[in-house]
Design a protein around this ligand. Structure first.
Ligand SMILES: Cc1ncc(COP(=O)(O)O)c(C=O)c1O
Length: 325
């Protein structure tokens, strides 16, 4: 996957190679840099350009991260226009991932006031293998703890918040799992290193409450809103390892992973895997919204081609003909 060459960095459009921060910067010395990952989706209506999904929500969370990290706002209200220009300059027509960062690029010591540099970059990105190949994740519940609010605000999407979860993830992969769920100081379930967690039990969606030291995930919030709109019962609550072991279905969700079904926790299979009916319904609802495909309710039963088009992006007329044959 080749990253798009044209990037916005510190108030200028430059090439990726030209965007550099100094080794003396607060970002390099103390990891002062907040960011957002935003998905760009090609639209079912091919006459439209690809569009960012849930952009207002990402900008709002970025503002909150800036406030929590005491970073001045470099002008994040420019982001809708900058992302549009990013799409145009890089000639993006397919699904992509946009990374927005606000980085303390000035030199200094721990007490130096941060001067923020806004960076906006894009990388082409389709589905991860869970959706691309209809696979499901085997997760372990990690003993690694998510930093509690008293140590570092979990709501600040700052790069330093990923160093510990990365170690948990590496350990999980070495142990043969696809990923892990971190626990909090009380041993309750939090989230994966870069995704929120949902369990399903008796038709009810369950997700750790925001007070459980989790990032306020935008996908998580979208799922809760969508569940409410469609009359699917959902609860934010405290969850334990035992709850994971008893789950009928489970999935991780987040901008990068989208919605990835989970098949087992620590080798114990989720009861309704591989049917996972609620997870599958939410996956379709997600791509209907992301690709501007109109009403989820109006879709009815999807043909395999229509489902594939929704999830993987609209196919060209020639490809459609080939599939139809
Ligand atoms: C720690 C953490 N939790 C959850 C998520 C999912 O959040 P979102 O849905 O906003 O991408 C992410 C990804 O951004 C994350 O880094």
């Amino acid at each position: 996957m080749v990253a798009c060459p044209h990037v916005y960095f510190a108030d200028r459009w430059v090439t990726r190679d030209e965007a550099k921060v100094s080794i003396d910067s607060l970002a390099m010395r103390y990891a002062i840099s907040v960011f957002e990952g935003i998905r760009i989706y090609s639209q079912i209506d091919r006459t439209l350009s690809p569009r960012p999904f849930l952009l207002d929500e990402h900008i709002e969370r970025l503002r909150n991260s800036l406030a929590l990290m005491r970073l001045p706002d470099p002008g994040v209200d420019r982001l809708p226009a900058l992302i549009e220009e990013l799409i145009h300059r890089n000639d993006i027509h397919e699904d992509a991932y946009v990374r927005v960062a606000v980085t303390a690029a000035n030199a200094g010591d721990l007490g130096t006031e941060a001067l923020p540099a806004l960076t906006v970059t894009a990388t082409p990105m389709g589905r991860k293998r869970w959706l691309a190949r209809s696979e499901a994740m085997s997760l372990t519940i990690s003993d690694w703890r998510r930093a509690p609010t008293s140590v570092f605000p979990p709501a600040a999407k700052n790069i330093s918040n990923y160093a510990g979860p990365r170690l948990a993830w590496l350990a999980a992969r070495e142990a043969g799992f696809d990923g892990c769920v971190l626990t909090n100081h009380a041993g309750r379930l939090c989230e994966a290193p870069t995704a929120a967690l949902f369990l399903v039990r008796d038709g009810v969606l369950l997700t750790p409450h925001l007070s459980e030291d989790v990032l306020p995930s935008i996908t998580r919030a979208w799922i809760l809103r969508t569940a409410e709109e469609h009359g699917i019962p959902a609860r934010e609550t405290g969850l334990t390892r035992a709850d994971a072991g008893e789950a009928d279905e489970a999935f991780l969700c987040g901008t990068g992973i989208e919605i990835a079904p989970v098949r087992a926790f620590d080798g114990r299979a989720c009861r309704d895997w591989p049917d996972s009916p609620l997870t599958r319904t939410l996956i379709i609802a997600y791509f209907v919204a992301a690709r501007g495909a109109g009403s989820f309710r109006a879709l009815g039963d999807l043909s395999p081609i229509r489902r594939d088009e929704l999830i993987n992006g609209p196919i060209s007329t020639s490809a459609e003909t080939q599939v139809a044959k």
